[in-house]
Design a protein around this ligand. Structure first.
Ligand SMILES: Cc1ncc(COP(=O)(O)O)c(C=O)c1O
Length: 392
């Protein structure tokens, strides 16, 4: 038999799936996978059901239904402050992941270097490698996960073509500040780099923090591809609805790639999304408020269990250190052992932190928990954690 492709040789089943198998075996609560189990809002469900029963079943244009692009254009202007003027600067994508694939294949050649920040979201890095890119990881620093601009400067070379930003960040919940993004844009201008920004958690920001899209800042628009998703905003990860926004010539090239890879985002579900884009702004305010309450409940529980947790400013994960537990207690010598201990003693699963760093040792004492759960499930997880570890 001939061998598999070189480009797929780096792909492995992620730890998240292994953790899911283990927690299911123990009938435990899975706070490992970044999946929200809250219901999809009724108008969105009704929009899709109506489209299905009206037999709106054929391919849409590859960049999405014109009416949906129009609404997305208004969203990017109103909520993100982007200088969009026509719907051809916007496309519907098959989740933000579809947008990421289209953008990387539209912009990168094999061998191009890409700056990525750690801790990272693994799909970005794996997809970049699949496109033949060479990763240049830069580790965010300290409790606030600050951007080390000197390290960034040292990591850039004549082969560097792109920077990947994710704000708010999965897994650590950092929300990039305006100052950081402005400095990043100046850096990108100096070295003539593209920026891909993944903003799938844009509506989950806490403590009065503001989500800022880099493309809204001076110098940002021309070199930035903004990706968002409705997976998290409207609790519909399986629908595969996302969007991209960028200057029209970039969207046109991304559209050609998307057309080849998946032809279009699912047409009837785009009608559902269309209804979602009409929700009042109070929907988004409630979303942040509800997740902030869950964050506080969950992080308070972790504190009482002996974990050390910097409160995330955004997204729906607690990225917590168990280094103190490792010193005081058996069963916490590294991430995978900590996960097994949590599942066995509390019936709650997390993801080991080494999955989010290129040098696994950097994440050795971290775990990521997802707190996007129905209230009774989260209550039960908190109760079980505290019953098992509350006296640390
Ligand atoms: C940072 C980040 N980007 C993208 C995605 C995937 O988004 P989508 O469902 O829109 O493809 C996730 C899902 O967990 C994520 O955490």
């Amino acid at each position: 038999m001939k061998a598999f492709s070189d480009r797929s040789a780096h792909l492995r089943q992620s730890d998240i799936r292994a953790v899911t198998a283990l927690v299911n075996k123990h009938n435990g609560i899975n706070l490992g996978q970044g999946i929200c189990d809250l219901p999809t809002p009724d108008p969105i469900q009704a929009g899709a059901i109506d489209a299905i029963t009206a037999n709106k079943s054929i391919y849409s244009p590859y960049a999405g239904l014109p009416a949906v692009r129009e609404k997305l254009m208004r969203k990017f202007i109103r909520h993100n402050g982007l200088p969009v003027t026509t719907p051809d600067q916007v496309m519907v994508t098959n989740g933000s992941t579809g947008g990421f694939v289209a953008a990387t294949f539209a912009l990168l050649n094999p061998g191009d270097e890409v700056l990525v920040f750690e801790p990272f979201y693994g799909y970005h890095n794996n997809l970049l490698m699949l496109a033949g890119a060479v990763l240049k990881p830069v580790k965010m620093q300290g409790a606030a996960w600050e951007i080390p601009f000197e390290t960034l400067e040292a990591a850039v070379s004549e082969h560097t073509k792109m920077i990947v930003v994710n704000t708010p960040v999965n897994p650590c919940g950092k929300v990039w500040t305006e100052e950081e993004l402005a400095a990043l844009i100046r850096f990108a201008e100096r070295h003539d780099l593209w920026i891909i920004t993944d903003e799938v958690y844009e509506y989950m920001v806490f403590d009065g923090k503001k989500h800022i899209s880099p493309a809204s800042l001076p110098g940002g628009w021309d070199r930035t591809i903004t990706l968002t998703s409705f997976s998290k905003t409207f609790n519909m990860t399986g629908w595969r609805m996302g969007a991209a926004c960028a200057p029209a010539h970039i969207i046109e090239r991304m559209g050609l790639i998307a057309d080849l890879v998946y032809i279009c985002a699912p047409t009837p579900l785009q009608y559902g999304l269309s209804a979602g884009l009409d929700v009042p702004d109070s929907y988004y305010a409630d979303l942040s408020r509800d997740y902030q309450a869950r964050r506080d409940q969950f992080c308070d529980t972790l504190d009482r269990c002996g974990f050390e947790t910097v409160r995330p400013n955004g997204a729906y994960y607690a990225f917590t250190s168990f280094e103190k537990l490792a010193r005081n207690r058996a069963g916490f010598s590294d991430g995978m052992e900590a996960v097994r201990t949590l599942i066995q003693e509390a019936g709650v699963a997390a993801v080991p932190g080494h999955s989010f760093f290129s040098n696994p040792n950097d994440g050795r004492y971290y775990l990521r928990f997802c707190f996007a759960k129905e209230q009774p499930v989260l209550d039960k997880a908190c109760y079980q954690l505290e019953a098992a570890f509350g006296k640390q």
